[in-house]
Ligand binder design. Structure first.
Ligand code: HPA
Length: 288
């Protein structure tokens, strides 16, 4: 019973045994953003160490917990900290939690990350809605769907055009407007890291059409799309990644997260409050 489906089922059943709420929306919180999970009502907190297949997080600013509860009236499962390819995990390991959250009943994935902005006129603390991505590790063969396809989860050759749900993008813009927040849009380019980019690499990213660079998110979105989940991605611009600018460092990434936290929390709450999952709060039928 070592195949992917039974691994997913093992993790799903352990989570489902601890919460009555069946989450509909999966939220992945990136570097320095995990505090948002403190806002959940009736939270059930599960350390990753208790969930088979979930890995210890090794990165400062990433807590290793899954929190299930209500946020802005929606049943959510929040990943407080994610797994990165640069930590040494395979793309399949990095994306396994998305498989499990889908099996739990999540049909939507909202993901956040810290990213370097590639435009000189952007500012640290800006928010960017991801409209599309460039997956450099995937183009080089490090792809979470490489290997045998599990047809019960999704197709062998899933489309990635339009991966970021148009309705969710429109909803995010409406939410930002109602909060008087500036919300930029752009293409997120993922590199494997962990080194920040060289000047020449940053120039290349610009030439390729990217607006922000980071080390996460795209594998999770690809796996979510493989299973037909609706996806939205939000980047917090934690530093300007400019070929001639000062070098990036991880502390400024975390500091920017602290400053921008209320803004991101308000935006995510507003997006959730206007999503259409609320009519009935789903619970697991087999739970008291
Ligand atoms: N580059 C890559 N990843 C990042 C950056 C960056 O400049 N900032 C935050 N994550």
């Amino acid at each position: 019973m070592n195949d992917l489906m039974s691994q997913i089922e093992r993790a799903r059943s352990i989570i489902a045994a601890q919460t009555r709420l069946a989450p509909r929306i999966a939220l992945i919180l990136g570097s320095g953003l995990s505090e948002l999970a403190d806002d959940l009502d009736d939270p059930v907190v599960m350390p990753y160490a208790e969930i088979p297949g979930f890995l210890p997080t090794t990165v400062a600013g990433h807590r290793g917990e899954l929190v299930v509860g209500m946020l802005a009236g929606q049943p959510v499962a929040v990943m407080r900290g994610r797994f990165h390819f640069y930590e040494g995990h395979s793309m399949q390991q990095v994306t396994f939690p998305v498989r499990v959250l889908h099996a739990l009943g999540c049909t939507t994935l909202l993901t956040t990350n810290a990213a370097g902005g590639l435009h000189a006129d952007w500012r640290v603390g800006d928010l960017m809605l991801i409209t599309d991505h460039i997956f450099l590790p995937g183009l080089a063969g490090h792809h979470p769907l490489r290997g045998p396809n599990e047809d019960r989860l999704g197709p062998r050759f899933p489309a990635m055009v339009g991966a970021y749900d148009r309705e969710l993008l429109a909803l995010a813009h409406r939410a930002a407007k109602s909060l008087d927040l500036v919300l930029r849009e752009g293409v997120y380019l993922m590199l494997s890291g962990p080194a920040f980019e060289s000047g020449a690499e940053l120039r290349m990213c610009r030439l390729l059409g990217a607006d922000a660079v980071g080390m996460s998110t795209v594998p999770e979105v690809i796996v979510a799309r493989h299973m037909g989940m609706r996806c939205m991605g939000l980047s917090l611009i934690t530093n300007l990644a400019l070929p001639d600018g000062p070098p990036a460092n991880h502390q400024e990434v975390l500091d920017a997260g602290v400053v921008a936290r209320p803004k991101i929390a308000a935006l995510i709450r507003s997006i959730l409050a206007h999503m259409d999952h609320t009519a009935t709060i789903p619970t697991f039928p087999d739970r008291p």
